[in-house]
Design a protein around this ligand. Structure first.
Ligand SMILES: [Zn+2]
Length: 389
């Protein structure tokens, strides 16, 4: 058994001082005050003194892309490279403090192979991967290059069954175009009500949650009415739909990093690309809708959309900085990055530093409660009781 002594702890719910934990293998078996008499009742083989550190549960990134999102490789050499690149991105997420992530669409569902390997006990020391495999999309719809094109109730029914057969842990549906797609409204709907109803029915019947890419108001509304589990992005959301999301317990994964990097990095690197300029106008709308959703009580979870243009896996923690910048307080931001993600991804063993949970946590040299930018600093990372970096 190992004893860890911390200066300051965020346990997934609250900020505490002068705390210690005891681990046995992968699990946390005791937590409490560092001066508690109970500690002497355990047989401690090693004491890790971190009395200068701030410690919190490892981050959970509910929206990443680990393998090429525009086109699939054409031969075996390309596939080998793509898989190794995906593993490298998983490692980069770990360096950012991430201990679990959800891939919401990668070419040919290559990430299912990685999550299957993890289910067999392989690839220890990397973040746990939950994978959607291929996303369902309308013919020619958003992300069709790497998705399963479906039209009509029968094809959405079959599409959901197909990705689950291939090993998807979750079903991803592209409900709308991008923010800059042509259409009657921004983020135009591409999937109709009956179609998303069918996908949700099939996924839920097989114990899988549904995450939808939805920017526009109509697409968000149809998704919530269908009973999806999380709205990804949710840029043009409105109060009437937010009320519905509260009633139904629908999560919002705003992915503030996606427009942030598209705008800031995009304009810097490609100053003449009109898409980047349009993204800038969307930023303010997205920030307001996210803060409104949080204020109304919609559960938020952290998702970066890392793997999209200019959006680096190794800076996944920056999503928390952006959530803090829009006006969400420190404790709530850290909860969004940890406990809430564990709930959305059904990873009950993660998201908190508490008895019975996995010893997967991160240590920082400074406290984000003193200066939120501390979250950007170097991190020590433990996964399942083992220090990885
Ligand atoms: Zn995405």
């Amino acid at each position: 058994m190992k004893l860890y002594i911390f200066k300051e702890l965020f346990n997934g719910e609250e900020r505490l001082f002068n705390q210690s934990i005891i681990t046995d293998g992968e699990k946390i078996i005791w937590t409490g005050d560092s001066d508690s008499d109970e500690i002497s009742t355990f047989t401690i083989s090693e004491t890790i003194d971190m009395s200068d550190n701030f410690v919190m549960p490892g981050l959970i990134d509910c929206h990443v892309h680990l393998a090429s999102i525009d086109r699939a490789p054409t031969n075996a050499i390309g596939w080998a490279q793509t898989t190794i690149n995906a593993l490298d991105k998983l490692k980069k997420l770990m360096t950012a403090g991430v201990v679990a992530c959800r891939d919401l669409g990668s070419c040919e569902g290559v990430t299912i192979g990685i999550s299957n390997a993890q289910k067999c006990g392989e690839l220890e020391g990397l973040p746990k991967l939950i994978s959607s495999g291929k996303a369902l999309t309308a013919t020619g719809g958003h992300g069709y290059e790497i998705g399963v094109e479906c039209d009509g109730v029968d094809e959405f029914t079959k599409g959901a069954r197909l990705v689950i057969k291939e090993g998807a842990d979750i079903v991803k549906v592209m409900m709308s175009g991008g923010v800059n797609s042509l259409g009657e409204e921004q983020g135009p709907p591409e999937v109709n009500q009956e179609e998303i109803d069918a996908a949700v029915r099939e996924a839920h019947a097989r114990g899988r949650k549904v995450a939808v890419h939805a920017h526009g108001n109509t697409a968000i509304k149809r998704s919530v009415l269908a009973g999806v589990d999380s709205i990804e992005h949710g840029v043009f959301n409105s109060e009437d739909i937010m009320k519905l999301m509260i009633e139904r317990g629908t999560f919002l994964v705003p992915t503030l990093c996606a427009p942030y990097y598209a705008t800031v990095e995009g304009i810097r690197r490609e100053p003449d690309n009109p898409d980047h300029k349009k993204s800038k106008a969307i930023l303010e709308i997205h920030n307001k809708a996210t803060l409104k959703a949080f204020s109304m009580g919609i559960p938020l979870a952290m998702g970066t959309d890392a793997g999209c243009p200019f959006n680096p896996h190794e800076r996944a923690f920056y999503e928390l900085v952006l959530l803090h910048n829009i006006g969400i307080d420190t404790a709530d931001v850290l909860k969004i990055g940890t406990k809430n993600g564990a709930i959305l991804l059904d990873q009950d063993q993660l998201g908190m530093i508490a008895v019975g949970k996995e010893a997967s946590f991160i240590a920082l040299s400074k406290s984000p409660f003193e200066d939120f930018n501390a979250i950007e600093g170097p991190k020590d990372v433990w996964i399942k009781g083992t220090k990885i970096q």
